[in-house]
Design a protein around this ligand. Structure first.
Ligand code: C2E
Ligand code: CA
Ligand code: CA
Ligand code: CA
Length: 278
């Protein structure tokens, strides 16, 4: 992005701060990324704790710049939200993830693909039309698509957001709460959200097993989910001891580096096609 920055800086008065310049360069870069097909999805496997059987993959967006640098979503999603680009990016992600999942299904690698939604996509965009279009164009069955929302987005968008989630639920797609336990509204909204799955944030697993407080928290979330008849996906599982702990707990699904890191579609298929052909 350095060349780009040089080109854009000359339009600015010196008074403009470094941070604003950086953001402007990113904004310009992101628009170009969308136009020039520089976004790519990587897929991280999700499996059953008990059997190790693969059942899904989470689509995670990356931006490969002209200069060949791979920029992670942590560096551009928030900016895309501010710049109003998140709707276009989100539509691209939905379309591409559904297309890929359908292609894999036809090739004998049937998976449920999970797509991250920005709160703004739900609150301001026409998310229902976007999802419907992605399913229609790909031919993917709605039951093979899961949409991940974070708890935080419900703050401030409660009524409109909730109505959209119910619309999505009626389309037959699965909904999950991402980073569960890190937001403010978890418990209050849980009852009202039409979700089927809680993705337990990886921070809860940091000191598990071993730390009694950490273990108690994970067990409590698991039992809460059970009573509400929600599935649990434990995120960020890195060590065999963590997996063994989840097994003892009876937690259903997991995801993390222990199972597999996110891979580009081709590498993902190469790695997982044989493994899943049970
Ligand atoms: P997330 O949804 O919580 O995704 C999981 C993140 O944790 C991913 O980072 C993944 O690479 C990383 N991760 C997976 N397993 C492990 C592990 O065992 N240990 C550790 N330390 N990390 C692990 P990534 O791909 O950089 O994504 C960061 C965040 O960006 C995501 O967090 C999600 O909130 C957001 N994001 C990613 N793709 C999209 C997208 O298409 N749309 C939107 N709106 N947000 C996205
Ligand atoms: Ca492409
Ligand atoms: Ca996620
Ligand atoms: Ca997460």
């Amino acid at each position: 992005a350095k060349a780009l920055k040089r080109n854009t800086w000359q339009f600015f008065t010196p008074a403009l701060g470094e941070a604003s310049r950086e953001r402007f360069a990113m904004d310009v870069g992101l628009r170009r990324a969308l136009e020039h097909d520089e976004l790519v999805l990587h897929y991280q496997p999700q499996a059953e704790v008990a059997s190790g059987r693969l059942f899904g993959a989470e689509a995670l967006v990356r931006w490969t710049t002209r200069e060949g640098e791979v920029v992670g979503p942590g560096r551009f999603i928030a900016l895309a939200e501010e710049a109003g680009l998140i709707h276009a990016i989100g539509r691209w992600v939905l379309g591409e993830a559904c297309r890929q999942a359908r292609e894999w299904e036809l090739a004998g690698l049937p998976l449920r693909v999970a797509v991250n939604l920005s709160g703004l996509q739900v609150a301001q965009g026409d998310i229902v039309a976007d999802v419907r279009a992605a399913l229609h164009e790909s031919g993917l069955s709605p039951s093979r698509l899961e949409l991940e929302i974070t708890e935080g987005f419900m703050i401030g968008h409660a009524d409109e957001g909730l109505a959209r989630l119910h619309d999505l639920h009626r389309l037959g797609v699965a909904l999950s709460v991402d980073d569960f336990g890190t937001g403010y509204s978890s418990l209050a909204y849980l009852k009202r959200l039409p979700v089927q799955t809680l993705k337990v944030d990886r921070s809860f697993l940091d000191d598990v097993p071993g730390d009694p407080a950490g273990e108690t928290l994970v067990a409590a979330i698991h039992s809460l989910a059970e009573k509400l008849e929600l599935e649990v996906v434990a995120e960020g599982v890195e060590r065999p001891e963590q997996l063994a702990f989840l097994q003892r707990l009876g937690c259903r699904y997991y995801q993390g580096e222990l199972l597999g890191e996110p891979l580009a579609a081709e590498a993902f298929a190469r790695r997982w096609t044989r493994a899943s052909a049970l």
